[in-house]
Design a protein around this ligand. Structure first.
Ligand SMILES: Cc1ncc(COP(=O)(O)O)c(C=O)c1O
Length: 446
């Protein structure tokens, strides 16, 4: 029998997943792991939720998928209703996709099509931020400030310019948050003016940065200021809420907590379907839709699996449970408990530079020097060592590196399912503390 020599799954040496139950995952040897990060911040309802599983099975017994040019479906219609109930006005239009990267692709295309439909044909350029991640397809990667993932493809990417990350712990300028947000808004404005506003289609950003920065909420007032700059120059504002959205921070739209700023286009994916069946969506306003509908009839974006019926049935149930069980409120309330539990468990370590986040989305940044915020030498491979230590201890965290400049910077992302309890936070924090202390000893930093 011919065997695949490699696949794009981490490594053949990884444990084999067997089954899950709530916040726990079991491998094929029977070992139990607590899922402290919902995988890569995706499993909002935990694993094997009986009601979601039942909804998926029931849908599958009826039909897996009705192709979008032939059918719509009840799950899709009901999911639309859940989304609109959660977002409120400003997101009247939805383009379904099957991943976060596809959501970015569709968002960029909708922004470009909007300008094209209005006759603004020179508006083709995108501005994004350094230390950002919007996906791994060529278009989405083009607008991602993520050096490690771009480097082999750099010459083939769509041209895009980058402005500074909005990071209070590692600010682009000295001073308070107002000085920082003024600088960042001005930097965006100068970039637009330098290139000519008539050439700029959109600015894309993550309201709370995920893997590229290690959970970075924007400073107070930032979102409003960049909204104003975009409005001043007719630039479409795209909020990438693939990781931070769908309730992860305690509000369905992460930007609700940033003065309720409304983007023109918003992407969601991970938490939308809770990791049960791949699904993402691009939500956009009447302002964006109207010229497109008037000129072209529809956004020119779609795939074979667009609005996949089984995925919609799963996501519909996930979203129904999120609303019925008031999980956003739970995430909001529990956020401070999660933060203080982590603070108590690892805050005493000199290697813990910063613990930050919102709701069930917390980043613990590890540093070689707490005072100067100097990161660990990347050659120490702290993230890899910590990953091995946490898995050994039966803990899943989302460990990211290169968060400062693409090379150095180590952050542990803690993003438990919305259903996680304070007792489960304790278990996560305990195991994290032990694993981190071991890992620091391993690299000689204890
Ligand atoms: C903010 C953000 N956008 C887009 C993506 C890409 O999503 P996917 O991996 O589902 O393609 C990710 C993935 O982590 C993400 O965090």
């Amino acid at each position: 029998m011919t065997k695949a020599k490699t696949t794009n799954i981490g490594s053949n040496a990884l444990p084999k997943v067997s089954h899950g139950q709530g916040c726990y995952v079991f491998d094929s040897t029977g070992k139990r792991y607590i899922d402290g990060s919902g995988g890569p911040a995706v499993f909002s309802l935990g694993h094997s939720h009986p009601e979601v599983n039942a909804a998926i099975k029931q849908q599958l017994d009826q039909i897996a998928h009705g192709y979008r040019y032939t059918f719509t479906s009840d799950p899709l219609i009901r999911l639309n209703e859940h989304i609109h109930a959660q977002t409120g006005p400003g997101f009247e239009h939805i383009a379904y996709v099957s991943s976060g990267s596809e959501a970015t692709e569709a968002a960029l295309k909708i922004a470009l099509q909007y300008h094209f439909a209005r006759g603004d044909r020179s508006r083709t350029r995108i501005i994004a931020r350094e230390r950002s991640y919007h996906g791994n397809t060529l278009g989405a990667l083009s607008v991602s400030g993520f050096a490690q993932r771009r480097k082999q493809f750099e010459d083939s990417l769509i041209p895009c310019t980058f402005v500074s990350a909005a990071n209070v712990y590692r600010p682009a300028v000295e001073g308070d948050e107002t000085a920082l947000t003024d600088f960042l808004a001005d930097e965006l404005e100068q970039n637009i003016l330098r290139q000519g506003a008539e050439n700029i289609a959109a600015f894309i950003f993550e309201p709370v940065v995920g893997a590229a920065g290690g959970v970075i909420p924007a400073p107070a007032g930032y979102a409003r200021k960049i909204r104003d700059v975009c409005d001043r120059y007719g630039v479409i504002l795209i909020a990438d809420e693939v990781m931070c959205g769908s309730g992860r921070t305690g509000s369905w739209r992460a930007l609700l907590q940033d003065d309720d700023v409304l983007p023109d286009i918003m992407t969601v994916a991970k938490g939308l379907g809770g990791g049960y069946v791949p699904l993402g969506a691009v939500l956009y306003s009447d302002k964006v839709a109207e010229p497109i509908l008037a000129t072209d009839g529809a956004p020119n974006t779609g795939h074979t699996f667009t609005g996949h019926t089984l995925a919609c049935a799963a996501a519909e149930k996930v979203q129904e449970i999120v609303r019925r069980d008031q999980l956003l409120e739970r995430v909001r309330k529990q956020g401070s408990i999660l933060m203080s539990t982590l603070q108590e468990a690892v805050g005493d370590l000199d290697a813990v530079g910063d613990i930050r986040g919102r709701g069930h989305f917390v980043g613990v940044e590890l540093v070689a020097n707490r005072d100067t915020r100097k990161p660990f030498d990347p050659d120490l491979h702290l993230t890899d060592i910590l990953r091995a230590r946490t898995l050994d201890a039966g803990l899943i965290l989302y460990l990211v590196n290169g968060t400062i400049d693409g090379i150095s910077g180590d952050v542990a992302i803690v993003a438990p399912p919305y259903i996680a309890s304070p007792a489960e936070f304790d278990e996560i924090a305990d195991k994290f503390s032990t694993s981190l202390r071991h890992a620091l000893t391993d690299i000689g930093a204890a």
